[in-house]
Design a protein around this ligand. Structure first.
Ligand code: UD2
Ligand code: MN
Length: 576
């Protein structure tokens, strides 16, 4: 066991004064962990209690302890930590500060042990050790971060060390993508000096997560690479089921089930394997989750068996190092964030590999509602990454993405190397991938019309418009001046009579016209375009879609052929 855990015992764990300082004992294991002898913790706790508390420095915020009656060992077993309703002004400020910097509740994280215990989320099926090969390969674990909260980063690393068989971990490679938070400087080396498996690599400039991951891979030596985000927690038995799949077939790329660590309470939330989802994407090239499709369910006897997934979420996976190299790792032309998960997913499938989600392996991740760090100014990096992806891997299907972004592709740089890679590897076509790996995806070219839906009334410059929303969350659909940029004005009229945006359908139940998850049952989602009168006729109500005179509202009214406000044109209309 490392002996250096008393760094920061006096509340100095969070360095430099820019951050709220940690709760005094946050870094000392408070309970008997399965892998941690408690004696050492007890010794450290005593030692901490014996020492005078250091006064916070002039420029640092005062340590704000939780209220006197606050629960002991908050967050153990993944339980939620709720701050009191009544907080001092100082505490409130510290809490707000943590949210601003991280887009999650850093204050709560700082109250929780970095060795906290978690529930065991595995199905009983998974606990039979005979299911896994005995001679599993070692993995290096690569964790890239840019300005990660101290306790969150530490908890990520400790969860790997505390809950993985020692002999299966080569190195833990921390790649600092040019952070400027003071606690991530020298202090990180000091803290991990006592952990020989942990290696820290610093980028010399901001590279973004994709090149940071390539940098990490360049330092790896173990036969398998495992990537994690810097705000994760691994659970009991997470690693063996992943390595087992790669040991059996080195071209299998595997992802754990990603459990949700609540951004506010840090509660660890999981479901049993019946609730496992697989990854997909839409024509905006955004990743999305879906239930395991019927055809895939049929392949298995138990829901705990690994399932094929068309795509991966991106942050958490294991891959054979040589296979990753053969695939050309990542496209180093991808900047900061986004798209790399689809690139790796597409080429895994198209170039002879398999991508799976392994329900026996659970890793938690703090999902945030916004990105807390700076991106590049003046470039749309996500679009640039996505165009590179489309240019290299999507063949003629790239047009659907381009249409979606108003055919404004911007500058995506040079992709000739990546195309050569694809040719050299003799990878299959994107059509093959869609037909065989992701047949559930709705293809715009298979629809009756795709693009804008324009109203001909009041000057004919108004389009059907709806912001992208969450599936199955009813949202009123509106109108907006036509802008020819795709986006919120991109629609597809399916052969089944749906007006769709990806998995959402235009739905009318008698009140507002809304976007709702497509159910495939016609009814309130059934529309007919009458070519001769240009009306959009709604199935169950028999009414026609129109716009208000102010042009800012949709109306459903009795059909009347003479009203131009009931007339629409559909882009790329093809009734054949
Ligand atoms: C998801 C993935 C993430 C990545 C991303 C698409 C999961 C759980 N997360 O978004 O891993 O695939 O989709 O690109 O599947 N980082 C840097 N440098 C940067 C920006 C980020 O090192 O310039 C680090 C960051 O500290 C974090 C990781 O990269 O550890 C992923 O970033 P994120 O957490 O903001 O992405 P997330 O989870 O929203
Ligand atoms: Mn993340």
């Amino acid at each position: 066991e490392p002996a250096g855990e008393d760094f920061g015992i006096n509340g100095n764990v969070i360095g430099g004064g820019a951050q709220k300082q940690a709760h005094d004992e946050a870094d000392i294991p408070p309970t008997v962990g399965k892998h941690k002898p408690d004696l050492e913790a007890e010794r450290l706790r005593k030692k901490a209690a014996d020492q005078p508390k250091k006064k916070p420095q002039e420029d640092s915020k005062k340590v704000i302890d939780p209220p006197a009656n606050f629960e002991e060992n908050p967050g153990e077993l993944g339980k939620p930590v709720r701050l009191p309703k009544e907080m001092s002004e100082e505490m409130k400020k510290a809490v707000d500060d943590g949210w601003t910097k991280n887009a999650f509740n850093q204050y709560v994280s700082d109250l929780i042990s970095v060795h906290r215990t978690l529930p065991d989320p595995r199905d009983a099926w998974c606990k039979d050790e005979a299911r896994y090969l005995t001679n599993l390969p070692k993995t290096d674990v690569i964790i890239c971060f840019h300005n990660e909260a101290w306790t969150v980063l530490l908890r990520t690393v400790h969860s790997v060390l505390d809950r993985s068989p020692e002999h299966l971990i080569g190195k833990i490679i921390l790649v600092d993508d040019y952070s400027d938070m003071p606690h991530l400087k020298r202090q990180l080396e000091d803290y991990f000096a006592a952990y020989p498996k942990v290696q820290i690599i610093r980028g010399q400039k901001r590279e973004g997560l994709i090149r940071a991951r390539i940098l990490g891979a360049n330092h790896a030596k173990s036969p398998v690479l495992t990537y994690l985000d810097s705000h994760c927690e691994c659970t009991e038995g997470w690693l063996e089921p992943l390595l087992d799949r790669i040991a059996r077939n080195s071209s299998t790329v595997v992802c754990p089930v990603i459990d949700v660590i609540n951004d506010e309470t840090l509660e660890y939330h999981y479901r049993d394997s019946g609730g496992v989802n697989v990854g997909g994407f839409d024509w905006n090239l955004q990743f999305s989750w879906h239930p395991v499709p019927e055809r895939e369910r049929k392949r298995h006897n138990s829901t705990a068996e690994p399932v094929y997934s068309p795509t991966m979420a991106g942050g958490l996976f294991s891959i054979d190092r040589e296979f990753f190299d053969r695939l050309g790792t990542y496209d180093s032309g991808f900047d900061i964030w986004g798209g790399e998960n689809l690139e790796l997913s597409f080429k895994t499938w198209m170039c002879g590999g398999t991508l799976e989600i392994v329900p026996c392996s659970h890793v938690g991740h703090i999902f945030r509602k916004r990105s807390p760090y700076k991106w590049r100014s003046g470039v749309n990096v996500l679009k640039k990454n996505s165009v590179r992806l489309a240019e290299v891997w999507m063949d003629e299907y790239s047009q659907y993405y381009y249409h979606r972004i108003g055919n404004d592709k911007g500058d995506w740089g040079d992709v000739s190397d990546r195309r050569k890679l694809r040719n050299d590897l003799k990878c299959k076509s994107f059509k093959w991938y869609l037909d065989n790996i992701y047949p559930e995806l709705f293809i715009p070219g298979d629809s009756v019309a795709h693009g804008e839906i324009r109203n001909l009334g009041y000057g004919g410059r108004t389009c059907l418009d709806a912001p992208a929303g969450k599936k199955h969350q009813k949202k009123a659909v509106g109108t907006y001046p036509c802008h020819r940029q795709g986006g919120n004005q991109y629609w597809m009229l399916s052969k089944a009579g749906e007006i769709r945006r990806d998995d959402s359908c235009l739905d009318y139940a008698g009140k507002d016209v809304t976007l709702f998850g497509c159910h495939g049952g016609k009814g309130n989602q059934f529309w007919t375009y009458r070519e001769n009168t240009k009306q959009l006729h709604h199935g169950t109500s028999g009414k026609c879609l129109a716009i208000s005179e102010s042009k800012d509202k949709l109306l459903m009214e009795e059909c009347n052929q003479s009203l131009s406000r009931q007339q629409w044109t559909l882009e790329n209309y093809d009734s054949s």
